[in-house]
Design a protein around this ligand. Sequence first.
Ligand code: UT7
Length: 326
Amino acid sequence: MRTKIIGTGSYAPDRVVTNNHLAEIVETSDEWIRTRTGIGQRHISDGPGTTAMAAEAARRAMDNAGVSPEDIDIIIVGTTTADHCFPSAACEVQGAIGAVHAVAYDISAACSGFIFSLNTADALMKTGAYRTGLVIGADNLSKIVDWTDRSTCVLFGDGAGAAVVKAYSETDDRSEGVMCMNMGSDGQKASVLECQSRTMENFLTKGQPKPGYITMEGQEVFKFAVKKVPECILKVLSDSGTDISEIRYFVLHQANYRICESISRRLKVSMDRIPMNIEEYGNTSGATIPVLLDELNRAGKLNPGDKLIMAGFGAGLTWGAVLIQW
Ligand code: UT7
């Protein structure tokens, strides 16, 4: 079995918050944010939560793929900001779109969430258990950002991206779809990027629940990303016997323009093969990669036969890459 992406969709809230807006609430500047990160603005939700954003991205992806909700037999959402502790965002998306025949669940891998979800869907589809799936990366980070912390609040935004995936049997065209993947995690480094649970107290511990916000050792995450992402891309290339020159685009997690530039230098790949949209959205965590993929798809930049590598990294720490042929 081969898992192929047959449609994409994305959603970002209408409300745009510019760097200058943020300079009104914390001590920062448009110049600092642009030069250190490449971010010019972000979309922040003043209404729709993770489920609503994910469901809209899913509807757009199904429309693009020409499938109906009844065709979907599995939904996986990569998110760390589900609207509720339970049910999962995926079950809520299932309810919202009416995918009555699907099994639905979330994967928690932060900014690597879409890659982990796609690789998990691929592995399940290879067993023959599922035929048509929705893989979604969605996050509503604005609700867990500390809006008084300038070192983190300028980085993040809200959004969702989705892909419809379909299993093709061995007799179909085997040269398309997911070709090779690689994932990793390092729990020893969990504390460099975290958001504490909001419900850590109970009647025995007598404390009051405290709100948890994102905390990050930015430079540690930066160093980890520029080392691990090229490593896992090179592993996917060597495991699949693919030369780096064959890759049309590297669709990378949008966390910092400078991280992507550093990856481009390490891989000796020019930036015109590393599409970027961080200027528009900031870091939307699990959503960055599928939103970027959707933009490339809708702009007609992906041609049948093109090889792409999607790669991300995030809290956990986690990282992953997947090689697909469009
Ligand atoms: O999805 C994964 C999530 N996260 C990431 O990938 C983040 C990875 N890390 C990064 O992108 C970068 O480390 C940051 C963008 C977070 C920070 O950039 P940096 O070049 O590593 O800056 P820094 O932390 O070394 O801070 C430099 C200075 C400091 O001031 P001093 O100590 O030199 O006086 C900070 O206090 O910049 C200051 N600073 C700011 N100044 C204006 C930190 N944040 C801001 C800000 N505006 N928003």
